[in-house]
Write a protein that binds this ligand. Sequence first.
Ligand SMILES: *[C@@H]1O[C@H](CO)[C@@H](O)[C@H](O)[C@H]1NC(C)=O
Ligand SMILES: *[C@@H]1O[C@H](CO)[C@@H](O)[C@H](O)[C@H]1NC(C)=O
Ligand SMILES: *[C@@H]1O[C@H](CO)[C@@H](O)[C@H](O)[C@H]1NC(C)=O
Ligand SMILES: *[C@@H]1O[C@H](CO)[C@@H](O)[C@H](O)[C@H]1NC(C)=O
Ligand SMILES: *[C@@H]1O[C@H](CO)[C@@H](O)[C@H](O)[C@H]1NC(C)=O
Ligand SMILES: *[C@@H]1O[C@H](CO)[C@@H](O)[C@H](O)[C@H]1NC(C)=O
Length: 567
Amino acid sequence: MELLLTLLLLCSLHSGVLSCPDGCQCSEPRVHCSGLPDFPSAVPSSTSTLYLSQCSFDSLKPEDLAGFSDALNIFVIKDSGVREVRPDTFDSTPNVAALAFTGTEIQDLPEALFQNLQKLNSLSLKSSKLSVLRPQWFSPLTNLSQLDLSRNLFTSVPVETFHPLTQVQYISLSANNISHLSVETFKGLSEMRILRLNKNMLQELPLGVFDDLVNLEELSLHDNLITHLHHDLFSKTVRLQKLFLSHNRLTTLPQGIFLNLPLLSQISLYENQLESLVPGLFGPMALQELWLYDNKLSRLEDDTFRNLTQLRLLVLSRNHISHVSGGAFRGLEQLGEVSLHTNLLTTLQAGTFQGLPSLVNISLEHNFISSLPSGFLQGLSHLGQIDLSNNSFPNLPKESLDALGAAEEVLLQQNPWRCDKDIVPLRDWLKLHPSKVNQTLVLCESPLSLSGEMVTAQTDDILIPLSSTEEPVVTSTEKRRKPNTPPTKRTTESPVMKTTPTSEQEEVTSSGQDQNTMVSGDTSIILIVVAVVCTAVIITVIVSCICWRRNKSGKGEIGRGNKNSVL
Ligand SMILES: *[C@@H]1O[C@H](CO)[C@@H](O)[C@H](O)[C@H]1NC(C)=O
Ligand SMILES: *[C@@H]1O[C@H](CO)[C@@H](O)[C@H](O)[C@H]1NC(C)=O
Ligand SMILES: *[C@@H]1O[C@H](CO)[C@@H](O)[C@H](O)[C@H]1NC(C)=O
Ligand SMILES: *[C@@H]1O[C@H](CO)[C@@H](O)[C@H](O)[C@H]1NC(C)=O
Ligand SMILES: *[C@@H]1O[C@H](CO)[C@@H](O)[C@H](O)[C@H]1NC(C)=O
Ligand SMILES: *[C@@H]1O[C@H](CO)[C@@H](O)[C@H](O)[C@H]1NC(C)=O
């Protein structure tokens, strides 16, 4: 760095510049100064860029720029204590193309300050203390393309302020205190690409206010107090690509409001008070993400998003949704992730996620769901993660578990798992799919005696009290082996015969000991035979299990490398 500066200095000396002001770095034709108590004197006359930061002089005068006024092209004062810019300061600097006072103490500027700056292309007055927008400032700036007035104290915009800026492409008024716009505020600004009005006090937008902005690509209206939007407000801004409306007070969106925005690819509507969305809101558009969290939506109706065929992410979390209609997500062919967490769902309709071939992640955590419809997740071939944690499931029947098998990862923690016989399908499924679920987090909540214990640690003799030998826990195991067995057949079988296949299902956890508790004198001979058979079966199970695990860990290595492989 030192060396570079020395070299630069040598170079500038060589090219005839005799000195660089104290506290400045000169790299002809640029001069950067920092921390100066006064405006630098003896700035080289060839200076075209002067950049001053953290300087403490109070005012800027015409004399300050006299030595290099003709060459000056870019002039920046940043984070400095300057309070005043005297009239005529820029009268003899006709070549200034970019001018910035940012982070200053300036409260007002002379009306005619910029009168000779016809070449001004970019003007920034951001982060100062300006409170009155003077229309005369901008009247000579017919070639201005960028205007940044953000972070000041403006409360209103005189209607004629921007009318001379026929070439302007960017205006930011964000972070002021503007409460009202006229229908003519942006009249004639057909070159405008980006308009920032966020962080103000706007409550309503007059119909027609954006009608002349036919080339507008980005409109920021977030962080205002807007309560409603007219359905024709965006009807002329057909080139809009980004529209930010979050953090307002919108309660409804009128039908048709986003119907004619074919290029729209980003919209934010989160943190409003939207109570419903009507079909006919969104026309065909390039939207990829739709953020609707922190609203008051209670229902999602069929076809609401039907035209959003390019949507990849739909965020509906933190609403009051209690009903999602079966066809609510119809048409979302590209949807990769849907977030419905922290709502009031108690159930889902069958087919809700059908016809969404690209869906990977579904978040449903923090709801009140206690069961899943049959056919849930049917037809989803790339399912990655489904989050069902913090819901109201006491258990999951085999059908639901079969459906969840389509996912690579299932989150099941913080549910009120009831560890009785009905938990057996889940327990067995968890053991069969250790890679899908973090088993250490799936804990019994009831009965009290088992509260906090892992579901996978529960053995049959705990889940199925001895007295209830006719309970169908074992038959559910039977069912898995012979799906077509009619239920009547199961209850006739002896308990011993039933438990045998269970121990097979259970891999090695029970090691045959559980069965011994059932021994009674009468059946001892049969039991000896059974025990021999059992031992043989168990040994077979152990051996095959070891082999299976080896295979599996082999697959696991591949699985880690390839997210789509389903173990
Ligand atoms: C106006 O600005 C453009 C760049 O946006 C520049 O090329 C052109 O020379 C400027 N015209 C005048 C008259 O300064
Ligand atoms: C913004 O304007 C409101 C009145 O419209 C006023 O009460 C408030 O103090 C202003 N805030 C600032 C930071 O000027
Ligand atoms: C889809 O867009 C068309 C306009 O092209 C509109 O008529 C229709 O109502 C929209 N459909 C939905 C379900 O919003
Ligand atoms: C699914 O979630 C995972 C993990 O959070 C993430 O890496 C991935 O990008 C998500 N996929 C889609 C399509 O959203
Ligand atoms: C579980 O969900 C409820 C309801 O949405 C929520 O109030 C609670 O904070 C959640 N609990 C945790 C630990 O996230
Ligand atoms: C399972 O969850 C526990 C507790 O949060 C954590 O310590 C452990 O790393 C997790 N295991 C896996 C395989 O993610």
